[in-house]
Design a protein around this ligand. Structure first.
Ligand code: GLC
Length: 562
């Protein structure tokens, strides 16, 4: 299989299991316990003598992944703590030489994967390593906004002891060679936290991976400056807009990535909703489990994953091998995926009695429930005056959430690029579809998850052109989104110019605690809109950036005022 074929397989696979497992499962406080508690290397390594996961069973892990509908597994071969989950000649700090367990987990997992036709990849922390003095680069103090390097500054306070090149040459490289020659075909090396690696060092490691396995995929966390096979989004981050190039969101369903005692597991519906969200944008979902110190994946996670698998058994055609939604915005009732002359409408609300889809120009031949094949009645209307296309499909009585309607078309879908009101008349204007009016490339931009970044200059503006099919009173709202660091800035003063009207909008804080990737919708103004084309321009009067992030706008929305 060539790397191109492997990447195609990976994209069509859509759904994989991430496994974070190691010595940190013993304290059960997540995989960062050594850093969070500044545990000295000499202390932390004592955990190895206690690590005896006698209930580890690779076949059970692989069968669970399969039952969940997952097509590949990525496991932490070596995490930031420097402990290797496999027999390695590079360091005695590994599961075979340093623990009473003494078995090569990756060897057993690779064998179990081969039996179940499950592909296997390895997570590898190539720069951040809290055991080895060469690998560290420690964080700039007191700058929560700056991506720290989060190295072991308690054992190795002197920057001068660091020698990342030597670590790459004499630790990373021989270990990667072992991983790529001793465990059969490797789907991907999943690098993490590139930190201060140089472009040349990134290229060096990519070349090494492809020297031993040319078809092995490399993710974007290898380096910020090296072309890789697919993009890893921020942790738990789902992009707001569909993307054509290959990408993946890694997400944990139980708080931290490594085993955390007492952590709650998300419900299967919540996790399935994320898989559907991600697939509708053309991405892969790498969903993490953290086995405990005995090698058991928490029962709650097993139960919910199996429920996801049951849905995928009946509706997997709407996920595996599909491409992203061809529509410019998500419908209010759910998400859309596509394949050739078919659309899959995934309806979140179990009680919905119909769905409406605006903007589809292609003739619909048939609509049916994917699971039962039951035909559904539908109407497809086109208003030549406004060139509005509306498809309405009636749904049978109440059912499970996430019903899938398969829509057979006479050709591949042709969709209006216009921003259309959705079935509820809402007009959503995502930031990623705005025209940015900036004087140079150093200002306002749209980040990977579709949120404005670096909007700190009042001269930078955003503009949307949109249509309204119906006259009426609308309420304009702005949705701000926080990022990984839960940060946002407020007390902005914005002029919202709609056609020839100007409304002053203040974006103020309401004192609530912010959480990671949180969306906050703020009412801006109310106004009357006549049918036809309109232009919305946001031009800031005042922008603040006390938290350095400026105005992080996800979207504007005109909601009809009933
Ligand atoms: C972050 C964490 C790391 C985890 C990774 C998973 O980089 O530092 O512990 O393995 O996310 O995506």
């Amino acid at each position: 299989m060539t790397r191109k074929q492997q990447l195609k397989w990976w994209q069509e696979a859509r759904f994989g299991m991430f496994i974070h497992w190691g010595l940190y499962a013993i304290p059960g406080k997540g995989e960062w316990v050594m850093y969070n508690e500044h545990i000295p290397v000499r202390e932390y390594e004592k955990l190895a003598a206690q690590f005896n996961p006698v209930k580890f069973n690779a076949d059970e892990w692989v069968r669970l992944a399969k039952a969940a509908g997952m097509k590949y597994i990525v496991i932490t071969a070596k995490h930031h703590d420097g402990f290797s989950l496999f027999k390695t000649e590079v360091s005695p700090f590994n599961i075979v030489d340093a623990t009473p367990f003494g078995r090569d987990v990756l060897k057993e997992l690779a064998e179990a994967c081969r039996k179940e036709d499950m592909k296997l990849g390895f997570y590898y922390s190539h720069v951040r390593e809290w055991r080895d003095p060469r690998a560290q680069s420690f964080e700039p103090k007191g700058r929560p906004d700056v991506w720290g390097n989060y190295g072991n500054f308690w054992d190795y306070p002197k920057e001068s002891t660091k020698n990342l090149q030597d670590y790459i040459d004499r630790f990373d490289s021989p270990q990667l060679q072992e991983l790529l020659t001793n465990y059969g075909d490797v789907l991907t090396i999943w690098f993490d936290t590139p930190s201060h690696i140089t472009p040349a060092q990134g290229e060096q490691l990519k070349k090494l991976v492809h020297k031993y396995q040319p078809a092995c995929l490399v993710n974007s966390r290898l380096s910020y400056d090296v072309e890789t096979d697919y993009a890893s989004m921020g942790d738990n981050e789902i992009p707001a807009a569909g993307k054509d190039e290959p990408w993946e969101t890694a997400m944990t369903c139980m708080g931290a990535w490594g085993y955390t005692a007492g952590a709650k597991c998300e419900s299967w519906e919540e996790m399935l909703g994320k898989l559907i969200d991600i697939a509708s944008r053309g991405g892969n979902f790498l969903l993490n489990v953290g086995p405990d110190a005995l090698g058991v994946i928490p029962q709650a996670a097993q139960t919910e994953l199996r429920k996801m698998g049951r849905w995928l058994e009946h509706n997997g055609k709407a996920i595996y091998g599909t491409s992203r939604s061809p529509f410019p915005a998500d419908p209010a009732w759910g998400r859309i995926t596509a394949r050739g002359k078919k659309l899959y409408l995934i309806v979140r609300d179990a009680l919905a009695s119909s769905v409406t889809l605006a903007g589809l120009r292609t003739q619909v031949l048939k609509c049916r429930l994917l699971e039962s094949g039951k035909g559904l009645s539908f109407e497809q209307n086109h208003d030549p005056e406004t060139d509005c296309h509306v498809l309405t499909i009636r749904l049978p009585g109440p059912a499970e959430p996430f019903r899938v309607v398969q829509v057979d078309l006479e050709a591949e879908p042709s969709v209006s690029a216009r921003t259309e009101p959705d079935a509820d008349g809402r007009i959503i204007l995502p930031a990623h579809r705005a025209e940015l009016m900036t004087s140079d490339d150093n200002g306002l931009r749209i980040g990977p998850s579709g949120v404005t970044e670096n909007w700190i200059r009042t001269g930078d503006k955003m503009q949307w052109t949109f249509e309204t099919g119906r006259a009426g009173m609308y309420s304009l709202t702005l949705t701000i989104k926080t990022g990984f660091w839960k940060l946002w800035d407020w007390d902005h003063e914005i002029n919202a110019e709609i056609d020839d009207q100007i409304f002053g909008v203040t974006i103020a804080d309401d004192g609530r605690k912010t959480v990671r990737y949180e969306e906050r919708t703020l009412a801006a103004c109310r106004l009357w809109l006549n049918p036809g084309r309109h232009v919305l321009t946001l031009s800031p009067e005042i922008l603040t950036s006390r938290n350095t992030v400026g105005l992080t706008l996800l979207q504007c929305s005109f909601e009809p005022v009933r």
